[in-house]
Design a protein around this ligand. Structure first.
Ligand code: ADP
Ligand code: MG
Length: 151
């Protein structure tokens, strides 16, 4: 399908869902990045690699969901980088490659549940995917020139 999918963009403020308070901060991409997604890409949870400007490449887990701010007519992209950062990185450029799909977006039955995009379970699932569904090719994307810092 559409994978691997490479993209990068500025980290912007999200919906203030309080993801961080729940232990899973998710870095949001602006509409310009979301609008470039293939129109038929499935909503749900993806895993792959991510790096910040000039930084190391880490595993990530991403939620592509329907954006409540646009009454669910547009998508949103929220990336949890599987690494503990000392500081927030709003305004920095985040580069990601999605290499695999974990599961569809949940059908939410209550407003409360809709507030959380990436759950702790997804982080575990992403790590499991790296051992069970991984291929040498998926691992090699970590070394892709896409992640090579530009001087
Ligand atoms: P927001 O609603 O603004 O997206 P979150 O609670 O989801 O707020 O926190 C996201 C922010 O947390 C990111 O934009 C980033 O600056 C910071 N952050 C710190 N560590 C991480 C991480 N491991 N993965 C993603 N974002 C992180
Ligand atoms: Mg967020």
């Amino acid at each position: 399908k559409s994978l691997p999918y490479f993209c990068r963009g500025e980290v912007i403020r999200g919906f203030g869902r309080g993801s961080k308070e729940l232990g899973i901060p998710t870095a949001n991409f602006p509409d310009s990045v979301v609008d470039n997604l293939p129109a038929d890409i499935s909503t749900g949870i993806y895993y792959g690699w991510a790096s910040l400007s000039n930084g190391d490449v880490y595993k990530m887990v991403m939620s592509i969901g329907w954006n409540p701010y646009y009454k669910n007519t547009k998508k949103s992209m929220e990336t949890h980088v599987i690494h503990t950062f000392k500081e927030d990185f709003y305004g920095e450029i985040l580069s990601v490659v999605m290499v695999g799909y974990i599961r569809p977006e949940r059908s939410y039955d209550s407003l409360g549940k809709m507030l959380i995009s990436v759950r702790p379970y997804d982080v575990i699932e992403a790590k499991v995917s790296w051992t069970t569904q991984s291929t040498p090719q998926k691992k090699l994307f970590k070394e892709d020139n896409f992640f090579t810092p530009v001087a």
